[in-house]
Design a protein around this ligand. Structure first.
Ligand code: NDP
Length: 335
């Protein structure tokens, strides 16, 4: 079983030398356990926080241990009545080719149906990132039809799902993404009403001007994935009682400070700003996954994926994700 472990902690920017590829024997199964062969590994921004010792929104991960991460795959051996060989499953198998899982541990392994939803989507639009978009939009922003809602990292796993969910609720949806190709894709394929390239609009003044054009009626809801000057520019365009779901601040994950220039707007516009962590809201997952699965089955949600080949490609692909080199949900294909 080939595995990637966290070898040492980054000092500032993460590098491939923080990781190590090792090989180990897969232990024999005990009663109640199953052996899963991973087909895809999910790479997600929260993993950057886990590499540090300091407090982040995800707990720190121990050195020498297999990197934690979502996986989809197939049960190849089972000593549990709940699973049989051939079952397709989603779990948290980590950066390795196989995992041994206690079938009874709550939330560790779930069977999935691939009749209408491709297996890999259970790591993206019909998985954790999809539920994240759903929670922020439905439970925090809670938009009315006709509202204008904005999202940063618009072409990514969370952002692309957010667009489909917001469109289904009759909103005007505006994205912010890096580069002309991602912005074109957001409008043409993801049905955003407009998408702003932050590489062109690289400061508060320029971004707020672009937002004014894209959101002529102001902003009623914002889903924050990036932080920094983009948040400042959005604050300038918020309507009274606008709601902001703070999901991520990827611009600061390597430790860069993200100062705010316009916090008085929180008061002036009576804003509601709420941070959240999707894994703490297990109660909404069934409802969210049902809607997301239906949108995929109906062809209304067809998110793009960036697929790296082979376990050894995971560190490089992960570092790329933190720099926007991915285009859509970042996965690693293992077989
Ligand atoms: P994405 O698929 O969107 O990939 C990350 C994207 O972030 C990149 O493609 C890049 O897009 C953008 N990005 C990276 N660095 C910067 C930067 N400095 N400035 C602006 N944009 C940048 O990832 P996900 O959809 O999986 O995650 C999106 C966000 O949601 C992250 O912040 C993540 O931490 C957060 N999240 C939070 C959860 C929670 O429970 N709170 C759960 C899941 C995700 P581009 O090229 O457009 O810049």
């Amino acid at each position: 079983n080939r595995q990637i472990v966290l070898d040492n902690r980054p000092d500032g920017e993460a590098t491939t030398s923080n990781f190590k590829l090792v090989t180990s024997e897969t232990p024999a199964l005990a009663d109640g356990q199953v052996l899963v062969r991973h087909h895809y590994l999910s790479l997600d921004p929260y993993m950057r926080g886990r590499m540090n010792e300091s407090k982040s929104y995800a707990a720190s991960q121990a050195l020498g241990e297999v990197m934690i991460g979502g996986t989809v795959g197939e049960v190849v051996e089972s000593r549990s009545p709940k699973f049989k060989p051939g079952d397709q499953v989603v779990g948290m198998g980590g950066w390795q080719e196989y995992s041994v899982v206690d079938a009874d541990a709550p939330g560790m392994l779930r069977k999935v149906d691939t009749t209408h939803v491709p297996l890999s989507y259970y790591l993206g639009a019909v998985g954790m990132p999809g539920v994240t978009a759903w929670y922020g939009l439905v439970k925090i922003i809670n938009p009315k039809p006709g509202s204008t809602v904005v999202v940063s990292a618009a072409s990514g796993a969370v952002g692309s799902t957010y667009a489909a969910l917001a469109k289904a609720r009759g909103c005007r949806v505006v994205g912010i993404a890096g580069g002309p190709e991602k912005c074109r894709y957001a409008v043409e394929e993801l049905h955003f009403d407009a998408c702003i390239d932050y590489r062109v609009h690289g400061d508060v003044k320029s971004m707020s001007k672009a937002l004014k054009e894209a959101c002529p009626d102001g902003i009623d809801g914002y889903f924050e994935n990036v932080g920094g000057y983009i948040l400042d520019a959005v604050l300038l365009r918020t309507n009274a009682f606008a709601r902001i779901a703070v999901c991520g601040m990827i611009a600061g994950y390597d430790g860069a400070p993200l100062p705010l220039q316009n916090p008085t707007l929180i008061l002036i516009n009576r804003l509601t700003i709420e941070g959240f962590i999707v894994s703490e809201h297990v109660e909404v997952w069934p409802e969210a996954l049902k809607e997301l699965g239906t949108l995929v089955a109906q062809g209304k949600l067809k998110p793009r994926e960036s697929v790296a080949q082979g376990l050894q490609a995971a560190p490089e692909a992960f570092l790329g994700l933190l720099k926007g080199k991915n285009f859509g949900k970042q996965l690693v294909k293992l077989i």
